[in-house]
Design a protein around this ligand. Structure first.
Ligand SMILES: NC(=O)c1ccc[n+]([C@@H]2O[C@H](COP(=O)([O-])OP(=O)(O)OC[C@H]3O[C@@H](n4cnc5c(N)ncnc54)[C@H](OP(=O)(O)O)[C@@H]3O)[C@@H](O)[C@H]2O)c1
Length: 326
């Protein structure tokens, strides 16, 4: 029997319990994926805790939107993928049974070809992080070649693809991290400048780094901590795209007036099917044209999903947290 995580009540990481699950068959328009790896995203932890504004699944449920594996069976009316295809799963907003399991039933819209040179662990990190990065940079941030991007929180799951996509689009990237390991990684992704967001005064050099022009686009992972400082760094008509925030803040709107600047939010839950398709196509184009710099993974056995959630909430990010489902 396939194994999977089942949540029977909302709460602390301990509610993630590994169980044997019944074998299932795909219905019309559905695909059965043998999941080899599942991606752990911060949203999974908010949903597990209960009361998450965007998504509140009925209990019991199996968590996880992202994964990678092999198509094991297809239902009627499915022609986009075939048995044996290697795929990555991007199931946020698409009907799916949850990727924290060895077997996944999902709508065919959730599966995408995984190029042969990429591993299942890499593929499991694509869905939410890469779609978010693309959304923030291009669909909301309107990034143009030659601009300067501050990726405020570049060492995590979303930060890695944001840096890579921005550089590929011809931007100059300044990336922040909070540990030496994270800073090394952001440097290895090709960021022109790296800054430690745990060092007091770390943004003081930004005017000099941008030749006095300021930042064109900030992709912000922790807006409640940084939005006021971000706005002060912006160039004329600069933009901040808020990807992550965990609280509120005091803010000086006059900063935006002086720069005719914009603060824009984004949440993947809002993407239309066409926008999601465009974002994932953009990611596929990147993967076809560029050498992926693999995001390092911290890998946990599927049965230890609770530890992955605990550490995601309490430890600094070093790339992506992945569950090994094989
Ligand atoms: N809007 C959306 O649709 C969407 C989609 C995906 C994720 N998110 C949110 O975006 C955030 C990042 O997601 P993720 O998957 O990258 O999480 P993650 O892998 O846990 O990474 C968190 C990132 O935030 C950085 N960080 C910590 N303190 C910071 C500070 N004071 N200033 C700037 N950055 C700081 C971390 O750096 P160090 O660990 O090196 O300090 C790390 O780079 C989360 O809040 C998540 O919920 C939103």
């Amino acid at each position: 029997m396939p194994r999977g995580i089942v949540v029977r009540e909302f709460g602390a990481p301990g509610v993630l319990v590994a169980e044997d699950l019944p074998d299932r068959e795909p219905g019309p328009g559905e695909v059965l994926v043998r999941v080899h790896a599942a991606g752990v995203n911060p949203a999974d932890t908010y949903i597990r805790a209960g009361g998450y504004a965007f998504f509140h699944p009925p209990l019991p449920y199996t968590p996880g939107f992202d994964g990678a594996g092999v198509v094991e069976a297809v239902g009627a009316e499915v022609s986009a993928v075939a048995v044996g295809d290697r795929v990555f799963v991007a199931a946020l907003g698409v009907p799916a049974s949850g990727t924290y399991a060895q077997q996944l039933i999902c709508d065919v819209a959730a599966v995408h070809p995984l190029p042969g040179h990429l591993t299942f662990h890499q593929g499991a990190g694509f869905g939410v992080p890469w779609t978010t990065a693309y959304r923030a940079l291009f669909q909301r941030g309107e990034l143009e070649a030659g601009e300067t991007v501050l990726v405020h929180g570049a060492s995590g799951g979303v930060g890695h693809p944001t840096v890579q996509l921005a550089i590929a689009a011809g931007a100059t990237v300044i990336g922040t991290a909070g540990t030496e390991e994270g800073l090394d990684q952001v440097r290895s992704l090709g960021a022109a400048h790296i800054l430690n967001h745990r060092t007091p005064g770390y943004l003081d050099t930004v005017p000099e780094l941008t030749g006095g022009r300021g930042i064109d686009l900030v992709v912000e992972m922790l807006a409640d901590q940084n939005l006021e400082a971000d706005a002060l760094l912006l160039a004329q008509r600069g933009r901040v795209v808020v990807v992550g925030s965990r609280g509120s803040l005091t803010f000086t709107p006059r900063t935006l007036m002086a720069r005719e600047a914009d603060v824009r939010g984004t949440a993947l839950w809002n993407l239309t099917p066409a926008e999601k398709h465009a974002a994932l196509s953009g990611v596929s184009d990147f993967l076809a044209a560029h050498q992926l710099i693999a995001t390092p993974a911290t890998v946990y056995p599927l049965d230890e999903a609770a530890r992955a959630h605990e550490e995601l909430a309490t430890q600094p990010a070093v790339g992506k947290r992945i569950l090994n489902c094989s």
